[in-house]
Design a protein around this ligand. Structure first.
Ligand SMILES: *[C@@H]1O[C@H](CO)[C@@H](O)[C@H](O)[C@H]1NC(C)=O
Ligand SMILES: *[C@@H]1O[C@H](CO)[C@@H](O)[C@H](O)[C@H]1NC(C)=O
Length: 327
């Protein structure tokens, strides 16, 4: 494991209204409560797996100030408070999903599981190796999909597994930020990184397809953040191609937009193939861009400095989570 540093970025996400709309989409029985949340992703979603993994156990999120605002101890979340997945679970009235690596039994997992790991990539080590690159942590979406299969096996002992799948919310992503960060940490050009897009979208497609095959009826897929506004990439940037209003790097935001168009195209295909499943896209790009444009609207500064929690700890609960950015 190389050295990596993290920046906290307060991020606003209007996910909850999207979930509210899912119930009206007809994919779930009206009036049915969600049984739980199953989530896949990286540090935007990891609520404890990195503390259980040898490669990441001693990482920054294992130490204060991580965790100090809400849980009063470092929990493995790359945040001083809760993440979006925590607020979603709370809003749905279900438990915080059990971090996969912190659970064992069907009982631990039947109310939801979080497979996300800080630093995880969509793509596996072979993809990066063939390009002379090395992922930050040894966990990709392939591993998370395998863990999901393990949970399905465990839940096979529960007579109502199908019902649990059908009445849970599946959150697949955000994933892919680290794939791009791994690339840019090693001299990859934006043009070369654009060639990653179909591979990353294919990895998301594969996990969405698997959860639907297991009986998922509500799947939420958050898109890519505006990469060109990401502090670490801004710090590395040598170019002068910045958006005058936001200061963000245009070619990187173009890359994120390309990613999101490809992701949406893939989701449209999956919706056609799976008309009984509500497949929702969460516009993380728009939410983050709005926060960067209007930080005061969210009661915070757009970016906190390295290793410092946001200046205002009383961030509005509908919205804040952190992004870890590593090189
Ligand atoms: C599954 O069964 C358990 C035990 O009978 C019950 O508590 C739980 O509510 C059921 N879950 C669903 C989604 O039906
Ligand atoms: C990056 O690539 C350029 C062009 O191939 C090369 O000249 C440079 O030495 C590389 N830098 C690093 C740090 O690998």
């Amino acid at each position: 494991m190389g050295q990596f540093s993290r920046f906290l970025v307060a991020v606003a996400v209007a996910l909850l209204p999207v979930i509210g709309a899912a119930g009206g989409g007809g994919a779930r029985d009206r009036g049915t409560r969600y049984a739980g949340v199953f989530s896949f992703g990286d540090s935007l979603t990891d609520t404890g797996n990195s503390l259980c993994l040898a490669a990441t156990r001693k990482g920054p999120s294992s130490r204060p100030p991580y965790g100090e605002t809400f849980f009063r101890r470092p929990t493995g979340r790359a945040s001083d408070g809760r993440l979006v997945v925590d607020f979603i679970a709370e809003a749905l009235g279900v438990p915080h999903p059990t971090p996969y690596l912190a659970g064992k039994s069907a009982e631990d997992f039947r109310r939801g599981v979080n497979f996300a790991v800080g630093g995880a990539t969509a793509l596996g080590p072979d993809f990066f190796k063939s390009r002379g690159l090395k992922p930050f942590v040894p966990v990709s979406f392939t591993n998370q999909a395998t863990w999901f299969k393990n949970v399905l096996q465990l839940l096979a002992s529960v007579h109502n597994r199908t019902r649990i799948m059908a009445s849970s919310l599946f959150i697949v992503g955000e994933i892919g930020v680290n794939d791009y960060l791994v690339a840019f940490a090693e001299n990859t050009t934006v043009e070369e990184a654009r060639a990653f897009v179909p591979h990353i979208v294919g990895a998301v497609r594969s996990v969405v397809t698997e959860v639907i095959a297991a009986g998922a009826r509500t799947v939420l897929v958050p898109g890519m953040i505006p990469l060109g506004c990401e502090p670490q990439l801004l710090a590395l940037d040598q170019s002068s191609d910045h958006d005058p209003a936001s200061g963000c790097i245009k070619p990187l935001n173009d890359l994120a937009e390309l990613h999101n168009r490809a992701l949406n195209g893939m989701l449209r295909e999956l919706r056609r193939a799976n008309p009984r499943t509500a497949i929702l896209y969460a516009d993380l790009y728009g939410a983050v861009a709005d926060l960067i444009a209007s930080p005061r609207k969210y009661g915070t500064h757009a970016c906190a400095s390295n290793h410092q929690p946001p200046a205002n700890h009383q961030l509005s609960p509908d919205l804040v989570f952190s992004v870890d950015l590593r090189v």
